[in-house]
Design a protein around this ligand. Structure first.
Ligand code: URA
Length: 256
């Protein structure tokens, strides 16, 4: 083949036109490109238009999750951490703190209240407001104190908005944590303060009938009592509360 230097300009231009007609678009290239082959080369398969797969939301059973999380806790500190990590109870988002417990773990007496109020939510401890101060005075009458020989918690560890009553599903959701709390604290007796604790632990309300009568739950003797907040509103009921405190004292003395 003749070298381009030997071609006259008109022939060179004619060859260039011919190449352009054939489809050449690059004037410079070390390797010739066969455009016909490119045209017939198999095209990469187009991804099929994606049809959005229906998102199957798995139903979470909060009680089952709570049971599994609580069962994993081997110590009170584990249980506190499990509660801190538990995101299925809506009350948590509105509360300032987790109110876990106060007093001496391993005490013979464990008191179960209802839920934190404003003071408890602020301080992160159960029964520190006016009802709690009355509770301390009542316990002192029979030689008990949270500094020495009582352990205290609540059914719910987070304050309900406006101190409303806990809802059934909130109580049911938190009950596995409470049961584990009792098992880990291992008291000899439980004292249930008020209707909410009775309903959660015994499955019954009606504190006026329940109070002062020993029941059993979680393999332990249980004594329902009037809630100290009720006693603040109804001082006349303190007489019955006093009788219940004496029953508690007698049971501890008997040691059964
Ligand atoms: N009432 C309760 O039942 N628990 C508290 O911690 C405070 C008030």
């Amino acid at each position: 083949m003749e070298s381009t230097s030997e071609l006259d300009q008109a022939t060179a231009l004619a060859m260039l036109d011919w190449q352009i007609e054939l489809g050449a678009t690059e004037a410079i290239g070390d390797v010739p490109v066969n455009r016909y082959e490119l045209e017939t080369a198999p095209k990469p398969a187009r991804a099929a238009p994606s049809v959005a797969a229906p998102v199957v939301q798995e139903e979470v059973d909060p009680v089952a999750v709570a049971m599994a999380e609580a069962a994993r806790a081997d110590s009170l500190e584990d249980l506190r951490a499990a509660l801190n990590a538990f995101e299925l109870c809506g009350l948590k988002a509105g509360a300032n703190s987790l109110v876990f417990s106060d007093g001496v773990p391993g005490s013979r007496v464990m008191i179960i209240g209802e839920a934190p109020g404003r003071d408890e939510d602020r301080q992160g401890k159960p029964f520190v407001g006016p009802a709690g101060q009355l509770l301390d005075r009542m316990l002192a009458e029979i030689g008990l104190s949270r500094a020495e020989n009582v352990y205290i918690t609540n059914v719910l560890p987070w304050r309900p908005p406006q101190n409303r009553d806990p809802e059934t599903q909130e109580r049911e959701m938190m009950k596995p944590f409470l049961a584990r709390h009792v098992a880990l604290a291992a008291p000899d007796v439980l004292v249930l303060m008020g209707n909410i604790s009775c309903e959660t632990v015994l499955g019954r309300r009606g504190i006026t009938r329940l109070r002062g009568k020993w029941e059993e739950a979680w393999d332990r003797p249980v004594l329902p009592m009037f809630h100290p907040a009720y006693l603040l509103r109804n001082p006349a009921a303190k007489r019955q509360a006093w009788a219940d405190l004496l029953a508690l004292k007698a049971r501890l003395k008997r040691g059964d």
